[in-house]
Write a protein that binds this ligand. Structure first.
Ligand SMILES: [Cu+2]
Length: 167
């Protein structure tokens, strides 16, 4: 299976598939010991000039790695963000890196860590896909295809607004 996966990855790199024809099945990309699964973004509402991408990053290696940068053509600026609780309000904050500890899966999800697109050139439309290059401190660069899902994907209540008030 490993050889087959490597071949599929190689073919994918050689023959870049037009984003309009990307199938809806979840994507999985590997780089070194890292596997990036199901990269997706929420469709941007109306004229929103910002968007965010989410994914899971599994580190099967013996050493920790860090996601240190992301780049994409869809916006003027791409940053790594997390959410912090400020009183009862969840706010986004830029982070220098996202840790990917050895033998663990780091999940970027609404309400938590995410790749932030600031100054979108065009709105993100459901069903479309676009490439994002992730840069890891040790594993290096890898391009993933981010699929745009509906505005309400993955429990729309989690992303913004008030905190739970619990705990
Ligand atoms: Cu953000």
């Amino acid at each position: 299976m490993t050889l087959r996966n490597a071949l599929v990855a190689l073919l994918g790199a050689l023959f870049l598939i037009p984003s309009s024809t990307i199938a809806t099945h979840a994507e999985e990309v590997t780089v070194g010991p890292l596997t990036i699964a199901d990269p997706w973004a929420r469709a941007s509402a109306g004229r929103a000039r910002a968007g965010a991408a989410f994914m899971s990053i599994t580190n099967d290696g013996a050493e920790a790695d860090r996601l240190v940068a992301a780049d994409a053509d869809v916006s003027e600026v791409v940053e790594l963000h997390t959410h912090i609780k400020d009183g009862d309000v969840m706010r986004m904050r830029k982070v220098e890196a996202i840790d990917v500890p050895a033998d663990e899966t780091t999940v970027l999800q609404p309400g938590g860590l995410h790749v932030m697109f600031i100054g979108l050139h065009e709105s993100l439309k459901e069903g479309e896909a676009f490439p994002v290059t992730l840069t890891f401190e040790h594993a290096g660069d890898v391009e993933v295809t981010v699929t745009v899902k509906s505005v309400g994907a993955m429990g729309g209540g989690m992303g913004h607004g008030q905190g739970s008030g619990g705990q």
